[in-house]
Design a protein around this ligand. Structure first.
Ligand SMILES: [Ca+2]
Ligand SMILES: [Ca+2]
Ligand SMILES: [Ca+2]
Length: 264
């Protein structure tokens, strides 16, 4: 199902798509209503020029709204928004709900995250058709920065393609795992960027005196953003240490208590 963004403010039964539409409508109204009261139940509906898919990701930070527009259903015959010659991408676009400014960021992305007013995109070079890290091949997954104040998208870093979650927002920081090789004591592949310096990469160090660590899982949960494990190839059972592997092996060797009760 394809819809123009902010199609209607009619009261509807909750669904992922409708929740998104209502959220955006309310956000825009809060900034655009002439009377300036956020307590009114009236809505001002404003459409954008880009179509979206029913499951598109929308990222909101204050008045900043960014989402992945659908090229194929934007315009009568589709619209190539990222300039790669094809009109079949999901390309990032932007609206400032305060000024009603609309902008085509012009980069096809798989994910997008706001850190304050700084927008970060997870980009597949293959899909976007751009060699962002200038290694002459279009096979990398990269982090790209954009903001309304600095509207030319810029390459930040190459992302760890093996990580299911490529980046997470954590307070004023973006956290991600770099694809760069990491070695040595206290090293890790974890990187952070603070919104105060939106393209400055900060390396996360560890207390591990043996070897470099990299995240086995990158997510925001209960005040933590990742679990680090040794940089060597992960064993098939997912353990990190010899002691953990022995513990899991012992657990596997124990008889199933349900089977014991049944006398098997
Ligand atoms: Ca395109
Ligand atoms: Ca493409
Ligand atoms: Ca490349």
């Amino acid at each position: 199902m394809r819809n123009q963004l902010i199609q209607s403010c009619a009261r509807v039964a909750p669904s992922p798509l409708h929740s998104t539409v209502l959220c955006l409508t309310a956000a825009i109204f809060a900034a655009c209503s002439a009377g300036g009261s956020d307590e009114s139940d009236a809505f001002i509906v404003r459409a954008t020029q880009w179509a979206v898919g029913g499951n598109t990701k929308v990222a909101i930070s204050g008045n900043n709204i960014a989402w992945i527009a659908d090229e194929a259903t934007t315009g009568a015959a589709g619209t190539d928004l990222n300039g790669d010659g094809t009109a079949n991408d999901g390309t990032v676009v932007f609206v400032d709900a305060g000024t009603r400014t609309q902008a085509n960021v012009g980069v096809a992305a798989q994910d997008l995250l706001w850190i304050g007013s700084e927008l970060y995109l997870v980009v597949s070079e293959t899909i976007d058709g751009e060699d962002w890290n200038l290694d002459t091949v279009l096979d990398d997954t990269v982090l790209v920065h954009w903001s309304q104040a600095a509207p030319t998208p810029v390459f930040v870093d190459e992302l760890d393609a093996t990580s299911t979650k490529k980046a997470v927002a954590f307070g004023s920081r973006l956290v991600y795992a770099t694809a760069d090789a990491v070695t040595g004591a206290n090293a890790s592949s974890l990187r952070t960027i603070d919104s105060a310096a939106p393209t400055t990469i900060v390396t996360v160090t560890t207390t591990d005196a043996v070897g470099a660590l990299r995240p086995s899982r990158l997510e925001r949960r209960r005040g933590h953003v990742g679990q680090l494990r040794a940089g060597a190839a992960r064993p098939a059972d997912g353990c990190c240490t010899v002691a953990q592997r022995r513990s899991r092996a012992a657990q596997r060797d124990r008889p199933d208590p349900r089977e014991v009760r049944r006398g098997c």
